[in-house]
Design a protein around this ligand. Sequence first.
Ligand code: GLU
Length: 479
Amino acid sequence: MSKVRTRFAPSPTGYLHIGGLRTALYGFLYSKKYDGDFILRIEDTDTARYVDGSVQIIYDTMRDSGVMYDEGPDVGGNFGPYVQSERRDIYLEYAKKLVEAGGAYYCFCSHERIASLKDEEGNLRYDKHCLKLSKEEVESKIKAGEPYVIRQNVPLEGTGSYHDLVYGDISVDYKDIEDGILIKSDGMPTYNFANVVDDHLMGITHVIRGTEYLSSTPKYNLMYDAFGWERPVYIHLPPIMKDAQHKLSKRNGDASYEDFVNKGYVKEAIINYIALLGWSPKTNTEKMSLTDLIENFSLDGISKSPSIFDDVKCRWLSGEYIKEMSFEEYKSRAIGFLKNSKAYGKYDEDKLLSLAKGRIQIFSEIPEKIDFLEEFGDYDLSLFENQKQKASIELAKTILPEIKQTLSNVTDWNNSNLFGVLVELSSKLEIKKQALLWIARIAITGFESTAGGATEIADVLGKDETIRRIDVSIEKLNA
Ligand code: GLU
């Protein structure tokens, strides 16, 4: 078998959305699994849809996510250029060859004539009018400078069939395919032509793309056959849905990879989750690094049915990655988000970050988890009442001065020392440690629920601030 070569062929029309990235990822995984090559090709022939800056977004996203290509516009390779607008002459040359082979023809019909062919519903079906022109007529029209397009010559009868590795055998009647334009009047190819020429010339063995191309593939096969080229293996992927009715798409303004990263999802989790959107591993675990994904990826795990993007699951995975991340790694990724917290700059950075780690799923949750540290204020004394923890206002009144006393004597202020002395105090006072810790936590935060227990929070607040807050609370209890 020849070396596996797959490609991702995005059109630069804006952010790289989740569906596009999944197509890229599957192409990447499949090629890497078989030690093949993964190619990036920019399909920019539709100038009307071109969005400035989007090529750079594609490069950045692929690098950043680790779905990196071996060949592409900015890295080079032996099959370039990898940008379609730079391959204009190549397409023209092959279009002419296709005309010679009978697979295409020149069409000089005016806009008016084309418009007159539309049926009641506005659908256009070209009537092969220019197919009748003789070679001489065509040549003289071209010489005279008449504008033209080149159209595919699709047989009027017969059926085009092929086997898709996901969807099985696909057949389309040629009578349902129109003689589409391959080369536009400005000399630029359409996607329908360029994808065939490029996939062949770039040695692509497996074409992986969205189901929207499932039914157009027979017309591409006609061209492969007319050129005498080997057809690639086809793998069409089901759409990703936002919900049962709506496709996830950038046209609907749905999230791109970049949006997810900006919202603080762990990159590895985004890629991990995207891999599972339409593919099921045979392993028991769903948390997989890129290396695990390469090892486990297989085409037979790809599903035919659309998958619904499950944000809850994606967040959960992100949280799992955060839990397992080394503190250094976590810090470098989380610090930008920490800066949005009120507590930032007031306390030790590492302690703030530790308080959040293990309690968040995405980095942007950091502020909401730790902002309470800066919101100590006029809380309700009833918070001390907690039957389950055996705590009460009365108990708080009696033990808070003891807690204060004990904490004042601590010289080495850290979570484990603080925890040790408070547990010791609770046995000395013969009360449940949960009750004591509950009271201490309410006294220093004023919140019923917080990230972290009393001593973890006291550690972050520091000795002076902790004692000051306990004083405030004692005063409040005695007022
Ligand atoms: N440029 C096409 C798109 O963005 C690529 C389709 C393909 O992979 O062949 O949809």
